[in-house]
Design a protein around this ligand. Structure first.
Ligand code: PLP
Length: 442
C-alpha cells in the first residue's frame, strides 16, 4: 500500500507505547494522521470509521470548529497561569458550567489532568474528609472486581483487573473488592440493564460486618464498567449500593470517566440511573479528549468539611501544576457548549434504541457468546480460543481496522462507543463491517 512518506516517522524504536503490544505494533504500525467528525484518516491514506470515540473520549466527534478555535484563541491569549494561590477566569467559568449539568447535590469541581488522577484525587479526598470530621479511623477503600480506575497506585489498588495489578507489588493496604456483576449464565444477550445481580451489592454489608462500618472510607465503582468489557449494572444494584453507603456513613464515588458527558444519554450516569454519589470522577469527554483534563466533582458536604480552620491556610494539600490549565478550560467550555448547542446528550438517548437493535443483530455471527448495550455503548463478547485467550478479539480488531472500522478490545470483548454525533448510517456501517469481520474470521 502506498505510504505517505511525509507523514511516516523515520524510526519507531524510541516511543514505548502505553497499553500496546509494542513489538506487534511496530511490525505493522497503525497510524492516524488526521480526523474529521466520524472518521480518522490513516498514514496509508484510508478512512477509518470511529466506532469508539477515540478512547471513549471524543463524544462530539473530531475536528469540531468551536473547540478548535477556542483552543487556538486561548493559547495566544493566556497560555498558562499558576494553579496554586492564583487562577484565571475560565477555571471558574468551566467549574460553574460543569455544576450546571451535574446531578443535584454535586456542587464543587477539583481539576486534574486525567481519569487516573481524578480517581487518586477522589480517594485522597475521601480519606481526608473523614479525618477532617474526626473519623480518621475510616481508612478502608472498597472497589470492585473487574473495575478499571486508571493506572495510578490508588486506582490499581481499588481496580480489579488482574493484569493491571499483579506485576506491581503489594499496592495500597486496606482495600477490599466487591464481586463483579457479570452473570452471563443468567443475563447473556440482555438488552439494557440485566435483571439478575442486584443482591451482589450486599457484598458491602458483608464487608461492613467483617471490618466494622466505622473503618470504611469509601466505595468506588464505575456505574457502567467500560474498560473491562462493558458490564451494565443490574436493575437495582446501584440503588442498593447507595442505600448501604448512606446507612453506614460511607462515601460513594462514581467513576464516570467513561459514562460522563452524554455516553448514556444524560450528562452523567448518576442522572441516568437516578442514584446520587458523593463524588464523581471524570475526564475524557470533558474536553472531547482533545486537551488532557479531568475533575473530581464533590457534594457540598464533602467540600465543606474542609472549610474550617484559619482562612490563610491551605485546606487540601493536593493539586497539580496543570490543574485548571487555561487551554484545557477553554477546550472544556467550548466542548460543553458544543454538547449543549447540538443537543448531543439527548441525541445519544434518541439513538440508543436503534443502536441496541443494530448491535444485537450480530447475535448469530460466529463465536458470539454475549452482546451487551446501554446508551451509545455496546459490547460483543467472543468465545475465547482454547489456547489463546484474547487473540480472537484482537484478530477481529485488526481485521476491522483493515476494513475501515475502529473498535476497542479487552480480553475477548469487542467494545463500541461511537461519537454522539453518529448518524444511523454510521451505526449501520459499524455493524456491517463488524459482522463481515466476524464471519470472515469464522
Ligand atoms: C472508569 C475509568 N476510570 C479511570 C480511567 C483512567 O483515565 P486516564 O486514562 O485518563 O488516566 C479510565 C480510562 O479509560 C476509565 O475508564
Amino acid at each position: 500500500m502506498p505510504l505517505d512518506q511525509q507523514q511516516w516517522p523515520n524510526d519507531l524504536r524510541a516511543f514505548w507505547m502505553p497499553f500496546t503490544a509494542n513489538r506487534q505494533f511496530k511490525k505493522a504500525p497503525r497510524l492516524f494522521v488526521s480526523a474529521d467528525r466520524m472518521h480518522y484518516r490513516t498514514a496509508d491514506g484510508r478512512e477509518v470509521l470511529d466506532g469508539t470515540a477515540g478512547l471513549w473520549c471524543c463524544n462530539a466527534g473530531h475536528n469540531r470548529p468551536k473547540i478548535v478555535e477556542a483552543i487556538q484563541k486561548q493559547v495566544a491569549e493566556l497560555d498558562y497561569a499558576p494553579a496554586f494561590q492564583l487562577s484565571h477566569p475560565k477555571a471558574f467559568e468551566l467549574a460553574n458550567r460543569i455544576i450546571d449539568i451535574a446531578p443535584e447535590g454535586i456542587e464543587h469541581v477539583f481539576y486534574t489532568n486525567s481519569g487516573s488522577e481524578s480517581v487518586d484525587s477522589a480517594l485522597k479526598i475521601a480519606l481526608a474528609y473523614h479525618r477532617a470530621r474526626g473519623e480518621g479511623q475510616r481508612t478502608r477503600l472498597i472497589g470492585r472486581e473487574r473495575g478499571y480506575h486508571g493506572v495510578n497506585f490508588g486506582g490499581i489498588s481499588v481496580g480489579g483487573i488482574v493484569n493491571n495489578r499483579r506485576v506491581f507489588g503489594s499496592l495500597l493496604n486496606g482495600v477490599d473488592h466487591l464481586r463483579h456483576t457479570h452473570l452471563p449464565e443468567k443475563n447473556a444477550f440482555t438488552k439494557g440493564r440485566p435483571q439478575h445481580g442486584m443482591e451482589l451489592a450486599d457484598d458491602l454489608e458483608r464487608m461492613v460486618a467483617l471490618h466494622g462500618p466505622d473503618t470504611i472510607a469509601a466505595v468506588i465503582v464505575e456505574p457502567v464498567a467500560g474498560s473491562t468489557g462493558v458490564l451494565i449494572p443490574p436493575i437495582g444494584y446501584l440503588e442498593r449500593l447507595r442505600k448501604i453507603c448512606t446507612k453506614h456513613g460511607i462515601l460513594l464515588i462514581f467513576d464516570e470517566v467513561i459514562t460522563g458527558f452524554g455516553r448514556l444519554g444524560d450528562a452523567f450516569a448518576a442522572i441516568h440511573f437516578d442514584v446520587r454519589p458523593d463524588m464523581i470522577t471524570c475526564a475524557k469527554g470533558l474536553t472531547n479528549g482533545i486537551i488532557p483534563m479531568g475533575a473530581v466533582l464533590t457534594s457540598a458536604e464533602v467540600h465543606d468539611a474542609f472549610m474550617s480552620g484559619p482562612e490563610h491556610l491551605i485546606e487540601l494539600f493536593h493539586g497539580y501544576t496543570y490543574s485548571g490549565n487555561p487551554v484545557a478550560c477553554a477546550a472544556g467550555i467550548a466542548t460543553l457548549e458544543t454538547y449543549r448547542e447540538e443537543g448531543l446528550f439527548a441525541r445519544a438517548r434518541e439513538l440508543a434504541p436503534y443502536w441496541e437493535a443494530a448491535i444485537h443483530s450480530l447475535k448469530d455471527c460466529p463465536n458470539v457468546i454475549d452482546i451487551r448495550n446501554t446508551g451509545l455503548v455496546g459490547a460483543v463478547e467472543l468465545e475465547p480460543l482454547p489456547d489463546a485467550p484474547a487473540k480472537r478479539a484482537f484478530d477481529a480488531f485488526l481485521m476491522a481496522y483493515e476494513n475501515g472500522l475502529l473498535t476497542r478490545v479487552t480480553g475477548d470483548v469487542i467494545a463500541l462507543s461511537p461519537p454522539l454525533i453518529a448518524e444511523r448510517s454510521h451505526i449501520d456501517r459499524i455493524t456491517e463491517i463488524l459482522g463481515d469481520t466476524l464471519r470472515r474470521l469464522g
